[in-house]
Design a protein around this ligand. Structure first.
Ligand code: GLN
Length: 484
């Protein structure tokens, strides 16, 4: 008999696991069977580690039988292939790391292991997390479970699609410029990018170190609170990781939004935005008012410079971070007569077109003579963007915006024009530049039935407020599941 246990949320699965009604082995089996049934169409996973997953499930079952296991004990997860997992191939969706097996776990992987979570496999992504559609994977694109002709968003598209298609109960992603929130929006699920420094980046393959953050994909806001609680916290191995201990985020989910002031930035309702997106966001704001919250217009005047600043800073940092892939220490090596030629050939064969474009842009932006004109200027703009938010938060407790200006686009539609692709990030990247927490969640559907994402932005370490507001909205809005 095939079981549909894969449809459960973390909260539901935990309740049934801890009552002994189901086992983690059964739940894990159900997810593995679901992957076998749908992933040839979705292509969310780059690798599935069935034997290890079942072994972890058995360990979890032993812990559950012993009583008082953590909420994530026995819960099957998808892991973006950017996280180092000991003994499990970690490719970052790049040829250059195609055969890389890390000898250590990322801190977040260690934390999830300690909580008893089960890893089903590694999920697809844009190569080195550079992209908005998962089309930049060296191993082929992931498809959106709501429409297989469309992209799931990126760069964590595999994780988002896997959760939306019920191939796993929750998943792990990273967000440098929107890579959790954008795919969460396109796939109709919940994703949260925490405050920069909230979650350790140790063992996460670096893209742009001043922007990268780790976060979860889940089916509900409550599940996001559970995951974030497990992920967040102090890590002496990441010097940028905050020393503040993480609260139990589920305690914030009171359902209460009375008198909460929700800021609505006038710059985020731009011309050319898909009308159904604007309509759905306005309807969500109306729901908040009915629940007793107040909406206030605010201004984030430097929004129009965000994309330019981001694509200078992110590429500059990427050009430095990716210098380590030289064919010598690890990763792909293409032999040559001398070492310079070895570097050239290895990097030429190992990196895809978008990664090469970013390295060239970033190297140019950092080069002597252009540094002041580009990189330094971008950093100044970043400060102005951060100040915009500081000023806005004097008038509101959180900010609500669309997550993206339009719903999921067709595979191939934007690959020819990188600038068109970069525009998908217009509502998400300012949040990274300012280091703020952002939550994406479904709030409606367009005429084609594609999900529309609401984004809730909090002040630094304001995860509780956006989770509380997101949970309150979820109590009055029921998301749809894709048919596969
Ligand atoms: N789309 C953005 C980029 O390509 C963001 C990616 C991300 O958040 N990792 O850089």
């Amino acid at each position: 008999m095939t079981s549909d246990l894969y449809k459960l949320t973390i909260a539901e699965a935990h309740a049934r696991l801890s009552r002994g009604e189901i086992s983690s082995r059964e739940l894990t089996r159900a997810c593995l069977d679901r992957i076998a049934a749908v992933d040839s169409r979705v292509h969310a996973f780059l690798s599935v580690i069935e034997d290890q997953a079942l072994a972890q499930a058995d360990d979890a079952d032993a812990r559950l039988r012993a009583g008082s296991a953590p909420t994530l004990c026995g819960i099957p997860l998808g892991i973006k292939d950017i996280f180092c997992t000991r003994g499990i191939r970690t490719t970052c969706a790049s040829r250059i790391l195609e055969n890389f097996v890390p000898p250590f776990d990322a801190t977040v992987i260690e934390r999830l292991r300690a909580a008893g979570a089960v890893f089903l496999g590694k999920t697809n992504m844009d190569e080195f997390a550079m992209g908005s559609s998962t089309e930049n994977s060296a191993f082929g694109p992931t498809r959106n479970p709501f429409d297989l002709e469309r992209v799931p968003g990126g760069s964590s598209g595999g994780s988002a699609a896997a959760v939306a298609a019920d191939e796993c109960i929750a998943a792990l992603g990273t967000d440098t410029g929107g890579s959790i929130r954008l795919p969460a929006a396109f796939c109709g699920i919940v994703g949260i990018k925490p405050t920069y420094s909230r979650v350790s980046r140790y063992g996460v393959i670096a893209y742009a170190s001043s922007l990268d953050q780790v976060g979860p994909f889940t089916k509900t806001v409550r599940d996001a609170a559970v995951m974030l609680h497990a992920l967040a916290g102090v890590d002496p191995r990441d010097s940028t990781c905050s020393a503040r201990s993480a609260p139990d985020y589920t305690k914030a989910l009171t359902g209460e939004v009375k008198n909460l002031r929700i800021g609505v930035p006038r710059e985020y309702f731009v011309e050319g935005m898909q009308p159904e997106v604007e309509r759905a966001i306005r309807a969500a704001l109306a729901s908040y008012r009915e629940l007793g919250a107040e909406t206030v217009e605010i201004s984030l005047p430097h929004t129009e410079y965000a994309i330019a600043a981001y694509y200078l800073i992110a590429t500059a940092e990427a050009s430095a971070n990716l210098a380590r892939y030289d064919g010598v220490r690890y990763g792909l090596r293409v032999d040559a007569a001398d070492h310079i030629e070895l570097y050239n050939r290895s990097r030429d064969a190992g990196f895809g077109a978008e990664v090469k474009r970013r390295i060239m842009l970033g190297t140019f932006a950092l080069s002597a003579g252009y540094y002041d004109a580009y990189y330094l200027k971008a950093q100044k703009v970043r400060t102005l963007i951060r100040r915009d938010f500081e000023q806005a938060f004097e008038h509101c407790d959180l900010i609500a915006t669309p997550t993206t200006p339009a719903t999921a686009f067709k595979i191939g539609e934007r690959t020819a024009d990188p600038l068109q692709m970069y525009l998908s990030d217009i509502f998400t990247i300012s949040v990274n530049l300012a280091g703020l927490p952002g939550l994406a969640m479904p709030c409606g559907y367009d005429d084609r039935g594609l999900p529309i994402g609401l984004q809730l932005i909090g002040p630094p370490f304001g995860e509780e407020i956006i989770l509380r507001a997101g949970d309150a909205f979820e109590r009055v809005f029921t998301p749809r599941r894709p048919e596969l």
